[in-house]
Design a protein around this ligand. Structure first.
Ligand SMILES: Cc1cc2nc3c(=O)[nH]c(=O)nc-3n(C[C@H](O)[C@H](O)[C@H](O)COP(=O)(O)OP(=O)(O)OC[C@H]3O[C@@H](n4cnc5c(N)ncnc54)[C@H](O)[C@@H]3O)c2cc1C
Length: 326
């Protein structure tokens, strides 16, 4: 049994923890909750999945489906979906959503695997000791004696954290991300009169929109999440939040002819939202490792842009760690 530290309790870190349960696992996350970009925001009586919206039904990561059904974490629904709103293309689409918001998927996995964990613990340094074991440091504490360190956070942050221990001049090419500004908004008494529940290309500056009432039955107001396009986000990366929210609201109300009073609006900036170019596309490799095979970097950025890619990346790395640790 090895002492393994996993930094990041998003889908990649949870996949590793799930697959390496025979070892002594400790998982760290800087946030107060697991799930990372699979995030559900709750404000009073409003609920928004403002990170990942759904799991596609046609992904090919068999184990993720197995875990979702084993712990009863998801439900399949069918919705009216605009495959391209601007071109008036629509379809009926099947998707998988969390039983209680998307974050309930990683949260329940985290609760079920019962590994040692430190939330609210941002890891800021890793060091190798004379006995070839590793220490991790948060602002407050040192965590000692790890055989392996598995870093499952966005690529640039992993690189910064491990640059003393991995020779990045040997790494061929770098993966890249698109940033996304999201806007969450809600209307009183709109009674869900908008028939189309989600879709792509609502407007040149809004790449995705999704109704939240189809996910949260208890919502009394009409709640929506809008993803600004990555192009718009890049060009307006530091835009004032109120200006962003007003702009998104005005587009949304004009398109759907909404006259009701807005009852809630907030936005969130995802700087590393979705993988644009994956590491596997550049290098054909499934992780980055230190020369001594003790420190590993993984994440959705290895394979693609979805939460199933994140799970797959963790699962693939776990097979290798199992081989190394026998
Ligand atoms: C707006 C948006 C919409 C999306 N829509 C979809 C969708 O509809 N369907 C889909 O399949 N995917 C979607 N995705 C992508 C999906 O959310 C990600 O691919 C997936 O969640 C990535 O998981 P991960 O574990 O690799 O990374 P993350 O989820 O980013 O997890 C990394 C974790 O590491 C923690 N962390 C970071 N630094 C440190 C540190 N120094 N110390 C400790 N902890 C640290 C973070 O708090 C975080 O919990 C969307 C993403 C965004 C942002």
């Amino acid at each position: 049994m090895k002492n393994i530290a996993i930094i990041g309790a998003g889908m990649t870190g949870l996949s590793l923890a799930y697959n390496l349960q025979e070892h002594n696992i400790t998982i760290f996350d800087k946030s107060w909750r697991p799930g990372g970009r699979v995030s559900t925001r709750k404000h009073d009586n409003y609920f928004f999945d403002h990170g990942a919206h759904y799991l596609s039904t046609n992904h090919s990561v068999f184990q993720l489906n197995e875990v979702i059904s084993k712990y009863n974490l998801g439900q399949e629904i069918e919705i009216d979906f605009a495959t391209d709103y601007l071109k008036n293309k629509k379809t009926r689409k099947k998707i998988i959503i969390g039983q209680n918001g998307m974050n309930s998927i990683p949260k329940s996995i985290f609760d079920n695997i019962k590994v040692k964990s430190y939330l609210n613990s941002k890891i800021i340094k890793i060091s190798k000791n004379s006995n070839d074991l590793f220490s991790l440091f948060s602002e407050q504490e040192e965590f000692k004696d790890f055989d392996y360190i598995l870093i499952c956070i966005p690529y640039l942050q992993s690189k910064e954290l491990s640059k003393e221990l991995i020779d990045f001049t040997q790494i061929v090419g770098e993966p890249s991300y698109d940033p996304i500004h999201t806007v969450m908004l809600s209307y009183k008494d709109n009674n869900n009169k908008i028939k189309i529940k989600a879709g792509l290309n609502l407007h040149k500056d809004i790449s995705f929109f999704m109704n939240q009432n189809i996910k949260f039955n208890e919502l009394s107001n009409d709640c929506w999440v809008l993803n600004m396009s990555s192009e718009y986000t890049k060009n307006n990366i530091d835009i004032d939040k109120t200006e962003l929210e007003k702009y998104a609201q005005s587009i949304f109300e004009e398109i759907f002819d909404i006259k009701n009073e807005i009852s809630f609006i907030k936005s969130h900036r995802w700087l590393y939202a979705q993988t644009k170019l994956s590491y596997n596309t550049i290098s054909k490799k499934n992780w980055i490792n230190s020369k001594d095979n003790k420190i590993f970097l993984s994440g959705d950025w290895v394979l693609g842009k979805s939460l199933s890619d994140a799970w797959d990346a963790g699962e693939k790395l776990s097979h290798y760690i199992k081989i190394l640790s026998v």
